[in-house]
Design a protein around this ligand. Structure first.
Ligand code: NDP
Length: 330
């Protein structure tokens, strides 16, 4: 395993990490969660990602029970939660002080830990002043309940505002952002955030490296019954990812890149993950897996990184045709 600094912080996360969205509760029960988390940990993964909204808290409960069963020393792994969607009532959602604090306490209970290593604001909340959220995160850190706080899918402008407020008032600035990043979705990480990596030392824990499985080529001939896109609860994802005009264009591109991966002697998933890892602004690539064999295949990417030579990368660019144009100073 390779370990990368989380932005400018001193924390080193495994370059590949493991998340529980969709899988925990919908596809993996507690014993399967233990099995996949053990395979991840044995492969050198030291960061496990979660959120209050995943399976309405059940994903954190399963992960907490698995952590208890696995009984790893607390100083050998990091675990996260994310706050935003805690329930339907105004007191249960958003980034106001009340919900951020209560969601933290609830996540600590479900995960059965006494601190969250990483705590994310799952989306921006336009109805809470950023200063209120920054102060609350700072306080949770001062209380030892959270070690590093960050955001997910905030705009560069919102991140800069949070950073400026923290610097002005001697508060803890966000350390990391959790954006989507993969071969089909790259603009924000490569263009919008470009000034933030050196500017505020931003780290990134990127999600959906396989674009929810699209980049594995598995949807070339329909929807496999045992796949995420066949789940009733995620019909909205299937519609958005596979059944829109934009989705069909992306799928076609993904299938072409998948064929190229096989020519290179890699699986399509491995090529997609390796491509994310090539970006030095990526601190960790959060993997998802609904079975151990997927995780093993994905972890083996680390042995194949040399396949992505400059020439190979250029050939991929030619297929993708989506490289963002950087502002002039970059
Ligand atoms: P991916 O895009 O990598 O999709 C993972 C899924 O792809 C698996 O569950 C599996 O689904 C399939 N898959 C994985 N490996 C293989 C393989 N080798 N061959 C074939 N199929 C494979 O990541 P996720 O979308 O799961 O996101 C990863 C993590 O990122 C999440 O768990 C979560 O922690 C985080 N996340 C954060 C978000 C945010 O808003 N901050 C949003 C979304 C995710 P299948 O069952 O279909 O086989």
């Amino acid at each position: 395993m390779e370990y990368r600094r989380l932005g400018r912080s001193g924390l080193k996360l495994s370059a590949l990490s493991f998340g529980s969205w969709v899988t925990f509760s919908f596809q993996l029960d507690e014993s399967a969660a233990v099995e996949t988390m053990a395979a991840a940990y044995d492969g050198g993964i030291n960061f496990f990602d979660n959120a209050e909204v995943y399976a309405d808290g059940e994903s954190e409960r399963i992960m907490g029970a698995a952590l208890r069963k696995l009984n790893w020393s607390r100083d050998t792994y990091c675990v996260s939660s994310k706050v935003y969607w805690g329930g339907d009532l105004p007191t249960q959602r958003g980034l106001h002080r009340k919900h951020v604090v209560e969601a933290c306490h609830a996540a600590l209970q479900r995960l059965q830990v006494d601190h969250l290593d990483l705590y994310f604001c799952h989306r921006p909340d336009l109805e809470t002043p950023i200063e209120e959220t920054v102060r609350t995160m700072h306080d949770l850190i001062a209380q030892g309940k959270v070690l590093y706080w960050g955001t997910s899918e905030w705009s560069a402008q919102q991140l800069q505002e949070a950073y400026g407020i923290a610097r002005r008032w001697g508060l803890t600035p966000p350390t990391m952002e959790q954006p989507q990043y993969n071969m089909l979705h790259r603009d924000r990480v490569e263009r919008e955030y470009a000034p933030l990596y050196s500017g505020m030392g931003l780290g990134t824990t990127i999600w959906s490296p396989l674009a929810s499985g699209v980049l594995t080529g598995k949807y070339a001939d329909g929807i496999p019954k045992d796949s995420r896109m066949a789940l009733e609860d995620y019909a909205w994802l299937r519609e958005r990812v596979l059944e829109t005009d934009e989705g069909r264009v992306q799928l076609d591109k993904a299938n072409r890149v998948a064929a190229f991966a096989r020519e290179l002697g890699m699986s399509p998933a491995q090529l997609a993950i390796a491509w994310c890892l090539k970006n030095p602004d990526v601190s960790t690539v959060i993997l998802g897996a609904s079975r151990v064999s997927q995780l093993e295949e994905n972890l083996a990417t680390l042995d194949k990184l040399d396949t992505l030579t400059d020439e190979t990368m250029q050939r991929i660019e030619a297929m993708l045709q989506n490289k963002p144009e950087l502002p002039k100073q970059f």
